[in-house]
Design a protein around this ligand. Structure first.
Ligand code: ADP
Length: 326
């Protein structure tokens, strides 16, 4: 069938994006791969579409390797909304050009009639969010303290890479459901639909329509729509908070309540005497030293500083996490 490597897509505004590293899939081959988007292949549902598990015969990727195959994740976007198209375009234009071990790999895409699809490497252990919070599911188990630290380090590497890349990228929607895990719990960041290219320079910012996730979105972004590289560091702090406490930052869609929740946890983390007893996730109680837990709590608090410039850079966060894990 008709797929080929590389190509170009034309956006709504007429801009042509070259995508030399991506495969162009036909709708038919993705339909076959997901057994006609059968409900039992559904992996999850995001803001702009559904994600299915699919199986691609290796021939579609490399003719020399007929016979074997690979599992992929196929995201089928809602095409009724402009946002669905925007999300698709952002993913193709970002992930088609960049590559890093801690960013989920985009293998290719399909655009046919009113179908927009994205094909990713499959991440068998699903999202960090499902491991932390969906306790009744028998496909997920509590993750250990060491694994949590490793996941934090992996995710920090992915974010630090984006922030220091040539075109400083602000990820904008950092949260536990966008951190996916491979079979060995290596973590990769997914979902670049909301990422923004920032202008060069440390403290510069872009102003945008507020589109992140309340609970994870930085206070300056909620208040003014100004987005800094350090706004991602705040989101990272919220994820660290969730990993340490085992509690969700995001309990409701109402921003005021969520800010209160983060404030409450921030306050509790500052109370060093209570770090073990009242704050840390009881499921990992016997797995960390008080010293390591205290250091992790202090780092979390720095990431959650209300003023962006008082937060550490992602490279500094990475170094701290590596020294806690050492
Ligand atoms: P959201 O918009 O909520 O961030 P997505 O649409 O990107 O989410 O994905 C929805 C869900 O589908 C994820 O939370 C995850 O469980 C699953 N998923 C997405 N991509 C993959 C993948 N590459 N491998 C395995 N599961 C995935």
């Amino acid at each position: 069938f008709g797929g080929s490597f590389g190509g170009s897509i034309i956006t709504h505004s007429g801009q042509i994006l070259e995508t030399p590293n991506l495969k162009v899939f036909s709708f038919m081959e993705l339909r076959v791969a997901t057994k006609n988007f059968k409900p039992d292949t559904l992996l999850g549902e995001g803001g702009f579409g559904k994600v299915y598990k699919g199986w691609l015969d290796q021939r579609t990727l490399s003719p020399a390797k007929a016979g074997s195959g690979m599992v992929v994740a196929v995201k089928r976007l809602n095409t009724e909304s402009v946002q669905g198209f925007q999300e698709w375009k952002s993913e193709v234009s970002f992930l088609g050009r960049i590559s890093h071990p801690n960013l989920v790999k985009l293998l290719g895409y399909c655009r046919e009639a009113d179908e927009l699809l994205l094909v990713y490497e499959f991440m068998p252990k699903g999202s960090l969010e499902s491991h932390l919070f969906r306790r009744n599911s028998n496909t997920t188990e509590p993750i250990s303290w060491n694994t949590r630290l490793k996941i934090a380090i992996d995710a920090a590497r992915g974010l630090a890479f984006l922030h220091t890349s040539e075109k400083q990228v602000i990820y904008r929607d950092f949260k536990a459901s966008n951190i996916l895990l491979d079979g060995d719990y290596n973590a990769k960041i997914s979902d670049f639909g909301l990422a923004k290219l920032g202008p060069a320079g440390g403290e510069s910012h872009v102003s945008t329509r507020i589109m992140g996730t309340y609970g994870y979105a930085a206070p300056e972004y909620i208040a003014t729509g100004h987005l800094y590289v350090k706004s991602d560091v705040y989101g990272f702090g919220v994820v660290l908070l969730e990993m340490l406490t085992g509690l969700r930052a995001l309990d409701t869609k109402r921003p005021t309540n969520q800010q209160n929740l983060v404030e409450w946890k921030r306050h509790s983390l500052s109370d060093k005497k209570n770090i073990n007893k009242n704050i840390m996730d009881p499921r990992i109680e016997d797995q960390y030293s008080v010293k390591a837990a205290t250091q992790a709590a202090q780092l979390t608090l720095k990431c959650l500083e209300p003023v962006p410039k008082n937060r550490p850079s992602m490279n500094e966060v990475l170094k701290s996490l590596e020294s806690i894990a050492a």
